[in-house]
Design a protein around this ligand. Structure first.
Ligand SMILES: *Cc1c(COP(=O)(O)O)cnc(C)c1O
Length: 456
């Protein structure tokens, strides 16, 4: 195995040079996908008996394969939810790998978990949840939502009456697809309040009143969204809290995308009521400038999560020895062996301070409002609704769904921008519309204007 340890210095320098160049490049080349056969033709066999050599493998990555990816931090990547990890966080992601820390138990990971917990304290403070609320970093919003729903379901099943019942959760059609997918994973049913606009406490209450007694008995949780992925809409978090408290239901707020905006003073009031949630999802890899992958789940009462998630096993008992006592992330979410993936966020926060995070998030909101103005001034396009958080939905007058699709592909083929259409529901019909989602504070007004010109 020594050849691996003494891999050529040249290759090591190549890799470091690439990493430094890439970290400092604010305007990376926008790659685009190629067919698998095409890639195979270009790179040939890479896994062989004797190996193809580090320099060779790295060259294939740098010259061919990475060019078949779209960098999520490109300033004109405004599709889905893009990202813009800070340089400090990316650098520390390298350090996290290099340090080989096991992030499941304090016994092995204490120093790394300490860093994560410092960053987590700040996240929890943004939510306003009172003590003893705390959380843990996960691989993303999906894993955070799953961990929270499992906790809710196990809590509900502590009541012997519910032990063998199939659970039911309520959310709205604005909820992220992962809620439905995770409901399937834990085998609970899901019902939807029929609105893609903000779900109100009243609409929720009315929906609960339509349930038959059996359904009402099975209902154990409500999922509200703190910034819908499609349109940045924040549900009526106070009104929903009211209903959940009155009806004795678990209250989960999915703020995977919008959670970063808790740091932004200009919109923080829109999240009022989030401090009454039983659990909250926030993705630092979306709007808190962390590299992939980094999600977070926060619980009002962390011991409820431990009840649901702590794993038993004879070889694990040692971790609960007194000498190793401390916070064990494995006890609060679905994963055992885990990367200390909150460390990059911690380093970046420690280096820069939290004020710059506020400013960087405000910049996404400013860009959305600016895009809104440019759209209003341009006769070819019009807003579908006012910008919300950092999302803008707008239509190109007269365009069919195919026209939107062709526009997306053309911009990507040109290596110019990634902007994708979405659907917006009004009444019973879905309309195909264009969508911007701003995360990257280095996106400029000219970037937005130039993308709009491609629609004329
Ligand atoms: C992105 C998103 C998710 C899923 O998060 P992943 O990190 O992609 O797993 C869940 N909920 C909302 C509201 C999201 O925007």
């Amino acid at each position: 195995m020594h050849e691996i340890d003494f891999a050529s210095i040249e290759m090591t320098l190549d890799v470091m040079k690439y990493a430094i160049d890439r970290i400092t490049n604010r305007n990376p080349q926008m790659g685009r996908p190629k067919k698998e056969e095409e890639l195979r033709e270009l790179v040939g066999e890479t896994i062989t008996d004797k190996g193809i050599g580090g320099e060779n493998a790295f060259r294939l990555f740098r010259d061919v394969l990475v060019k078949a990816t779209v960098p999520i931090d490109h300033p004109r990547h405004l599709a889905f939810v893009p990202a813009a990890p800070s340089r400090a966080a990316i650098m520390f992601d390298l350090v996290t790998s290099a340090s080989s820390i096991h992030g499941a138990y304090w016994m092995e990971g204490a120093g790394g978990i300490y860093c994560e917990n410092e960053a987590m304290k700040w996240l929890v403070s943004l939510t306003g949840l009172p003590k003893p609320a705390f959380g843990v970093f996960t691989s993303g919003g999906t894993a955070a939502n799953l961990s929270a729903l499992v906790t809710a379901r196990e809590h509900w099943r502590r009541d012997p009456e519910n032990e063998n019942q199939k659970g039911l959760i309520l959310t709205s059609i604005g909820a992220h697809s992962s809620i439905k997918a995770m409901a399937r994973v834990i085998d609970v049913d899901m019902l939807l309040v029929e609105t893609e606009d903000a779900m109100s406490g009243r609409a929720l209450q009315e929906h609960i009143e339509t349930l038959d007694p059996q359904q009402r008995k099975r209902l154990f949780a409500v999922v509200a969204t703190g910034g819908t992925t499609n349109a940045g809409i924040i549900d009526d978090l106070s009104g929903i809290a009211e209903v959940c408290e009155f009806e004795n239901l678990w209250y989960h707020v999915d703020a995977a995308y919008g959670g970063g905006a808790l740091a932004a003073d200009s919109v923080r009031h829109l999240f009022n009521g989030i401090e009454r949630a039983d659990s909250i999802t926030i993705d630092p890899h979306k709007w808190l400038f962390s590299p992939y992958d980094c999600g977070a789940v926060i619980y009002k009462h962390p011991e409820q999560a431990r009840y649901a998630h702590a794993q038993e096993g004879s070889y694990l008992d040692i971790f609960k020895d007194e000498g190793a006592e401390g916070f064990n992330p494995a006890d609060y979410q679905i994963q055992l062996t885990r990367r200390v993936r909150g460390m990059p966020l911690w380093f970046s926060l420690a280096m820069h301070g939290t004020d710059i995070y506020k400013r960087a998030v405000e910049e996404g909101i400013r860009l959305a409002n600016l895009a809104g103005r440019l759209i209003e001034e341009n006769p070819a396009v019009e807003l579908v609704r006012e910008p919300s958080l950092s999302c803008v939905l707008f239509r190109r007058k007269g365009w069919s769904p195919e026209a939107y699709r062709n526009w997306t592909y053309q911009n990507q083929r040109d290596g110019f921008a990634l902007v994708t259409p979405t659907k917006w529901k009004q009444g019973d019909t879905y309309e195909t519309v264009a969508r911007f989602c701003f995360i990257n504070p280095h996106t400029t007004e000219e970037d937005v204007a130039a993308i709009l010109r491609t629609m004329e």
